[in-house]
Design a protein around this ligand. Sequence first.
Ligand code: GLU
Length: 447
Amino acid sequence: MNVEKIMQNLEQKHPGESEYLQAVREVLESVEEVYNQHPEFEKAKIIERIVEPDRIFTFRVTWVDDQGEVQTNLGYRVQFNSAIGPYKGGLRFHKAVTPSMLKFLGFEQTFKNALTTLPMGGGKGGSDFDPVGKSDAEIMRFCQAFMLELRHNIGPDQDIPAGDVGVGGREIGFLNGMYQKLSRQYHTGVLTGKGETWGGSILRPEATGYGALYFTEHLLHKAGKDIKGLTIALSGFGNVAWGAAKKAKELGAKVIAISGPDGVCHIPEGITDEMIDYMLDMRASNRNKVEDMATKFPGKAQFTAGKKAWSIPCDIALPCAFQNELSEDDAKELKANGCWCCCEVSNMGCQPGAIHFFQKNGVLFAPGKAVNAGGVATSGLEMTQNAAHLNWSGKEVDDKLHWIMENIHEQCVKFGTQADGTIDYVKGANIAGFMKVATAMLEQGII
Ligand code: GLU
């Protein structure tokens, strides 16, 4: 394989799809050496096949807003790779959603799902619908209109969507209700992230954040450190940031910053349980403003407009919001202020320049596809419960999540340990995920 040649070819075929091309380049650079030791991969043209989605559905979503105006959005589902199981991955509702964004997410999802040890292929979907400022009734009507189209392409053994940015328990409820109404199919495993009383896993809302902290603990232990007493700056205040803050506090760390598109809230004494609960209200309000935390807790949380969480001195940075949210300049600012570890919780949260800076300057770094895999892993556990018509306790799910995150960490160490003894977690995660999917493709022939 010649990475530059493959990338040139892809850039010509998919001009302007910057996020997708960025995600592909990162994986190819990581796996190049291992790939070239396997002539059977080259013969079956695994690389050329693995970088393209199996198919993409694009559809129009028309709905009526509270003023009675007709609105039209675009909806998508990218079915990326099914070599190790049915397509699995979230739905993102955000005004910036494009096919490029969903292709990058579907590509990442394929390798992330492979790391979870569960039999799930990769998929992703969503819409350019902007939930900010929408009423509950508008959200419901949009979800129903979206499902009018999506239902043709999903099913418990075919493609199982879930939440992502802009899609949480409320949206999954509206989507599932409409799916059942339209299809007259009542299998509980068509979507994951469901409510507790209708097939959901009791721990799914917390799972991404909890899993990220379990991974961080393993990474710290491997480096001879302990999480207790460390300060953490995290970005966002949605479902993932909420779960991460909850577990970080429980493990004895101090979350001293959360952020939003409007700025950062500095919480010098550390986030409290009341503040963590309030993050849920902030998400449900659809206002998308972190300033609300400072208004609700004056004196405890100080808001600065236009600043990122990375401007607050901390030990550990946890990007929990959006792709490319942490730039090289942010990485330099973090390091200058004493930060020595960054675990990426958002998908591709760090720009390539930031990752290189961290790795070159001794800042421990682990990529999103390993760190945030606890979310989709718990979706996989939810599917198992649904298929068996069972309900597991929170402890049972948490124990399994613990084991999965430990296993992912071990895979990273196995494939990412370098000659000098350091661990390249980016390489480790990419090689481990890639080898599993590539081998499955090879064994199933040229299809
Ligand atoms: N959207 C989440 C992710 O990026 C979860 C997907 C799922 O649960 O299927 O992994």
